[in-house]
Design a binder for this molecule. Sequence first.
Ligand code: ME8
Length: 661
Amino acid sequence: MPGSKPKFYLTTPIYYTNGLPHIGHTYTTVVADAIRRYKRMRGYEVVMTTGTDEHGVNVERAAQKAGIPESEYVARMAVAWKALWDELGIPADEFIRTTDIQHVRTVQWLFKLCRENGYVYKGIYTGQYCIYDNAFVTEAKPGDNCPDCGRPTETVTEENYYFKLSAFQKPLLDFYKRNPAFIQPETRKNEIISFVEGGLKDLSITRTTVRWGIPVPGEEPHVFYVWFDALTAYLSAVGGPEYEKRGFWPCDLHLVGKDIIRFHAVYWPAFLMAAMLPVPRQVWAHGWFLMDASKMSKSKGNVVLPRPIANMLGMDAMRYFLMREVVFGQDGNFSYDALVTRYNSDLANGLGNLASRTAAMIEKSFGGKIPKPGPRLPQDEALAKAVSETIGEALDRFEKFEFARSLEAIWAAIASADKYLTSEQPWALGDSEADTQRKATILWTTAELLRVVTVLAHPVLPESTAKVWTLLGQPGRVSAVELDGLRWGQLAAGAQLGRAQALFPRVDKQEAIERIEAMANEELNPTQPPAPAAAPAPVATTGGAAAAPAPEKIGIEDFTKVEMRVGQIKTAERIVGADKLLKLTVDIGTEIRQICAGIAQFYEPEKLIGRKVAVVVNLAPRKLRGVESNGMIVAASVGPEGRPVLAGFPDEDVEIGARLK
Ligand code: ME8
């Protein structure tokens, strides 16, 4: 019955807009997405919120540097953040911007409630402030650096509104005691409890030295302190003052990095208690992904970007790595080497290989229909029992956010299928009735194991498990399977296998790393300005980005600068991780060139071999998706979607290398 499902509300931090997402932000958002998918498969109605934290001095300065108004700066950044989450398949159900009007109203309302209840007063503040962390550094003297980020603090004197945080020491400690699962993991809980036990100072929650913020009504030029503003976004996203109508408050889970646990586990519940609003159920602080043992930052030049990894290995590979490699809650090191190693061993050789060989054997022996199993031998029963236990263990671990352990259990089942096939050797059986029946049992058992691991791994590997589901000819969508009803033995015989799709093609480690790094380099240091959002996509090209505006007419001398020749395509192949590009080798008369062309969705590589095309031969070489391209194939761009149609020479026998004039 619609509306009868239990509700679950979870959030990621509301990320700062003075930079773009890196793998650290992606980590929190990926985990949130996996929990969302898991909870949906457990029957919940789920809302996941992420968004952008758009106020404060940092944004003022970044906008100034970019030479544009703050509102324009944050609008651009919010579009970029949202677009990336959408592109990576981890979109929010609610994307909240702290400049949204519903949010502004919620912050002002929360302040009013705190004030009416006697928890706000006016005072003078002089002290050191870290503009990067947006926090007062009470222990610092003028000239000191911030103990958290190491950057210089600034001395600030201003009249502020204070929040009586000191009044919440006891209520918070009582609350932690009554709700032992509120702060997770345990180490963070202990940290916070001793921090609160050490005494709480009142907190200044408005500023007069900052212009770019939410105004305190009737108290201009006071604007709200960014943390009072940003934390409230969690509530604004699900109704603000009308939160009861949607029924998603209190929040079930705030996922955050350990850097911001204090704001979430101390300030935020105190603000809500002061306003007499319900307090969230849990704050979960995970560790950091480090690069060469230090935290990533653009200034250190050690930032890992998500897009190049998703382009090269697929988003599922990145999700798997992030959730498998590091115990949730602890710090971990990020390395491309470990990423590609896991990709090849666990995904290409593990899940991908099991799926393709199971399908191939069923295809060969049973015409692509899942066979009806015959009598079971002890080894079949043993496997069934082990996988039944895997279901319990994988779900139990996931429920406790022990993601690495959950995946480990699922992958142990995959390994046991490989072992089972090696010992049972279905390929060595003949065509007698007894052998066929035995083969049917073995292949049904393997396919059933594959079905179970596909369901269990779905929250972490949504795209590839959906492909395996289709391959197994299973009805409906894998995301609609109810985890609570998952049991060994539910695979129906007779289902016709579906279309096989490439899952995780093996990659050469060195080449893959080089290509990821080249793409990351391209993204961090673009050689060409990005094309405007509305411009049609580049066609068959090495150039790609928009050139400087051209004068209306050009002289012949300009045209002759472009050297175009007839070339003949010698080889053509797809590029792993770049579904629009083909890698071609083209004979241009004087030499054979490697050229990438964005035509993969419209031309079959095999059919291009031998075809004569027009080639721009004097373009500077560049890398596309990390693959070197040395020239450009000319094509018309047809229709609103810019379908490429190759320019060619159908009627005449033209010589390879002939110049186009
Ligand atoms: O703190 N490893 O925003 P922020 C793991 N606007 N996670 C990382 C990470 C890393 N190396 N780097 C970042 C803010 N994160 C505030 C939040 S919420 C009301 C306001 C993740 O853009 C992690 O979740 O600095 C961390 O807490 C968050 O990004 C910080 O994002």
